[in-house]
Ligand binder design. Sequence first.
Ligand SMILES: [Zn+2]
Length: 385
Amino acid sequence: MDGQAQRPSRSGATELLRDLIQAASPNPPGDERAAAAVIRGYLAGIPGIEIEDAGVHPARPMIVARLRGRREGPALLLNGHMDTVPAGGRWTRDPFGAEIADGRMYGRGASDMKSGLAGLVVAFARLSEMRDELAGTIELHAVPDEEPGGHLGTEALLRAGRIAGDFAVVAEPTGLSVFRAQKGNVFADITVTGRSAHGSMPSHGLNAVSLAARLVTDLEDRLGARLAERTHPLVGPRTLNVGTIAGGTATNVVPDRCVLGVDRRVLPGESPQEALAELAAFVGDRGAVAATHLGAPFETAEDHPLVVAAQAAVASVMGVPRPCGGLVGSSDARFYADGAGIPTILLGPGSMDQAHIADESVPLDEVEASVPVFIDLARRLLARR
Ligand SMILES: [Zn+2]
C-alpha cells in the first residue's frame, strides 16, 4: 500500500492525491470508506502514529490520527475532508481518473480538497520522523460529510467533545495563502401568508405570491443595499440572496402562502443571531422568519502566533511573503474557531475557483509545495523548548 520507494514526485503527495481522487467519494450519496482506506494504508505501520476511527456512521469513517512529540507542548490540529460534491455533468476528462496534463491533476476533489488532504497526510507522516524535535501533539482529522455542512464529520467530532487543541489548520484550497477569516451564514425561510380565493375573483383574496414578490424587491433594494455598506478587508461585503421561492397551488387559485429561502452572509464581528434578528425586524409583519441554518464567522488576528508562523512557513517555502486572505464561503473551520474556540486558519493547495466545477484541477507544484509548508508550520509551532 505504501510504495514510497517508487514515488517519482518529491514528496509523494501527487501519488496520494491520485489515489484519493480514484477513491471516489461524492456526497451525496456520501461514502468515504475507499478514501479513508487510502489514508489508513498510507499511515499504517508508521512508528509513533496512533490511528482511530471516530466515525458516527458505518459508511462514514472519520480518521483521527495522533503524533506525540518527545516533550509536552501545544496541540496542533490538522483537518481535511474526504468527501467531494458529486461529479456533475460536462466533464471532458474522467472525474475519477486523476489524469495529469500540463502540470495539473484533474478530477473531482483535485482542489476541494483531496490535494490539501494529501498534503496534510504526507506532512503528518514525515513529521513522525521528527518527533525528537517536537514539543506537543499533532492530530490529523480526516473527516467525512463536510460538503453538506459537516453533520456526520467535524460537527460530530465537536459534539463528542473531541476537538481540543491550541491551533487548527483546515486545508481548504487557498492557493497556499494563509486565510485567517471566514464568513458566516444565516439561511432562513420567510413565510408570507395571504388569503385564498377563486382565481376568477382575486379581489376576494390576498395574493401571497404578489406580497412575496414585493418583499423580494424590498429585501434587495433596501436591506441588501444597507448590508453592502459594511465590508471586511479579507472577506468583502455582507450579502443577501433570495435563493428560492415557492408558492401557490394552482393557476386558478389565489395563493394563500409563499415561502422565500434567504441566504444572508455574515462578517467576522457580527453574530448570525443578530443578523437573523435584523432580518426579522426588516420583514416585520410581512412574513414569519425562521432560521434553517446558522453558521458562525471567525477571524484570527494577524499577529496571532498561528498566523505569524503560517505566514513565515509560506514565505520560507515559496520564497516570497504573501498577503493573508479570507474565505467568502463556509467550511468546517467554523467548528474549530467558533465551536471549540481554537485559533484557526485555512491553508491549502488549489483554488476555490476550481471547487465544484467540471474539469476541476489543481497545479501539482502547489500540491508538492504544501508538504514542506505544513511541515515547516508544525515545526515552528511545536519547536522544542
Ligand atoms: Zn472543501
